[in-house]
Design a protein around this ligand. Structure first.
Ligand code: PLP
Length: 536
């Protein structure tokens, strides 16, 4: 039984909305458009052939004064929108869903996730508070617990974990960059909490008052490896810790070993030398990476955790005074397979962790899963309650308000797409997705090893193969450029030569597309081998 909502305003000055019937027609047409795009995406050149300004030139310079809603039949008038999508937008796309897209890391869009996005937009919910849609909050809580289970995460990250009163749980953030910034802000809050507790204890014992917090707030530092994603330094800048991207006083970049992993020996030396300086900045957070952006290296989280603990103990700080955040944005999706969980053994020491299903787990952008074992530090850092957000449920303390777990106030209903993905594929399907890409990457690794025109630039990591053209360094970026210009496949560049300060160019082939099959990978490799001969 449908309700009585009116879509045609009685006052002619009001805008005319699409009626449910018109929306149905256009919605079906848009779904058809997307389905046709999916079915034919391989007919496009992978990289857009447009030059700068070409899309702009195809767009009208000014907005329309009178919209399509003024037409006698708006649903028909919308035909021009569909025409423009094909004429203006599609040629200006680099087709991330093309099965021969192997650049950067993948950005999976799948049918179930797209349906979740559609539903989220259709329900139009803004889930800042539990009260503003209990289902938006509670479905998300359940999805994060499901995901913790499917990735085999330690129990401290579950929403029901007590963790000595700090509380655990997870939330959906937009991106790994936001997750890292959130972790650093929570780390600073933890440091203040511990400091307040110590100052209180000291004052109780001696009658003295500890240092004013403001005096030391300016002296924090963040630790990460030289191979960490740039979002770590950016987060330190945004949190007011680092003054700029090159602030070595506030971001301690630890060298990487020959495989691109954080060098724990160097971490120890840095902690001994720098953290022992009472006048120097205080390290409050360390970001370790499972699957670095360049070559997919996996930092030794267990050893890093042990070094942080030792440094804290030597300085008389409480255990966990240096917050350990693990950035598993890409590689984390592989934890769905038990055979890839060795990289996660150190997670029991981590204070927070993030994984992006929008990269490699079939869930459309944006969807970053962020867990913490210290919900209290996070919420204390982020929570502010103006009068207009007060409500009985929040005040009862029995509900989660995810606005306090993230930077913005408002939030979309992103849990729907994750729910649909997990329900559609099941854990079996998700594992099969990862395993097939790892198998294909092993195949490419063999191709590289058995062809003396190429060399592996780093050990294969999961479904990422990094290689160089044998010979002068400049050949590798030229090869990538040619592959991409061909429109038949897409690779990306990076630099790698840890510890030298002079990264050598590498080509990255990241397998992980939803539609990628063995045939696409073989064809891409055949293209690479054909083009490499034309370089010389
Ligand atoms: N961390 C790592 C390891 C990454 O590889 C990336 C992007 O590829 C990011 C963070 C940034 O991801 P996001 O776009 O979700 O902020």
């Amino acid at each position: 039984m449908l309700g009585q909502v009116t879509f045609h305003p009685s006052n002619p000055g009001q805008p005319r909305h699409l009626t449910p019937e018109e929306f149905r027609i256009l919605g079906r047409r848009m779904v058809d458009f997307v389905a046709d795009y999916m079915a034919s995406v391989d007919m496009w050149p992978v990289a857009s052939q447009d030059g700068p300004g070409e899309v702009l030139a195809r767009l009208p310079e000014h907005p329309p004064e009178v919209g399509l809603s003024a037409a006698a039949e708006p649903a028909e008038a919308w035909g021009e929108v569909f025409g423009d999508l094909t004429r203006i937008v599609l040629p200006g796309l680099t087709h991330w869903q093309h099965p021969s897209f192997f650049g950067y890391f993948p950005c999976n869009a799948s049918g179930p996730a797209i349906l979740g996005e559609l539903l989220s937009a259709g329900l139009g919910v803004q889930g800042m508070l539990w009260q503003t849609s209990p289902a938006c909050t509670e479905l998300e809580t359940r999805m994060l617990d499901w995901a913790a289970e499917m990735f085999g995460l330690p129990a401290c990250f579950r929403s029901d974990a007590v963790n000595d009163g700090l509380g655990g749980g997870g939330v959906i953030q937009g991106t790994a960059s936001e997750a890292t910034l959130t972790a650093i802000i929570a780390a600073r809050q933890r440091w203040r909490r511990l400091r307040r507790a110590r100052a209180g204890a000291l004052a109780g014992a001696t009658g003295e008052i500890g240092l004013a917090e403001e005096a030391v707030d300016q002296r924090f530092a963040v630790i990460c490896s030289e191979a960490a994603h740039s979002s770590v330094v950016k987060a330190a800048m945004m949190a007011g810790i680092a003054e700029g991207p090159d602030d070595e006083e506030r971001v301690w970049r630890i060298g990487a070993d020959a495989q691109g992993r954080m060098d724990v020996g160097e971490l120890r030396r840095v902690l001994e030398q720098r953290a022992g300086d009472p006048a120097g900045p205080i390290p409050i957070a360390c970001v370790a990476t499972l699957g670095t952006t360049g070559v997919g290296a996996v930092d030794p989280v267990t050893e890093i955790g042990a070094e942080l603990g030792r440094a804290g103990a030597e300085r008389g700080a409480e255990p966990g005074a240096i917050w350990l955040h693990v950035d598993a944005a890409w590689a984390g999706s592989a934890l769905v397979c038990p055979e890839h969980r060795a990289m996660a053994t150190g997670l029991a020491r981590a204070d927070s962790l993030c994984i992006n299903p929008h990269k490699w787990l079939l869930t459309s952008f944006d969807c970053d899963l962020f867990w913490t074992r210290a919900r209290r530090d996070l919420v204390e850092a982020m929570s502010i309650t103006p009068e207009y957000l007060r409500n009985a449920a929040s005040e009862s303390g029995s509900v989660i308000d995810y606005r306090d777990w993230q930077i913005p106030l408002g939030r979309r209903f992103r849990a729907l797409k994750l729910w649909f993905v997990i329900r559609h594929y099941g854990l079996e399907g998700l594992r099969a997705h990862i395993r097939e890409h790892v198998r294909l990457a092993e195949m490419v690794e063999r191709f590289v090893r058995h062809d003396d025109r190429f060399e592996l630039a780093a050990p294969r990591s999961l479904a990422l193969v990094c290689f160089r053209v044998a010979g002068p360094d400049e050949l590798t970026p030229r090869l990538v450029e040619r592959v991409n210009a061909s429109g038949k496949a897409f690779l990306s560049n990076a630099g790698f030569a840890p510890g030298t300060g002079r990264p050598r160019p590498i080509a990255r082939m990241a397998i992980g597309g939803v539609l990628t099959t063995e045939e696409h990978v073989r064809k891409a490799w055949a293209l690479v081998t054909r083009l490499v001969d034309e370089l010389r």
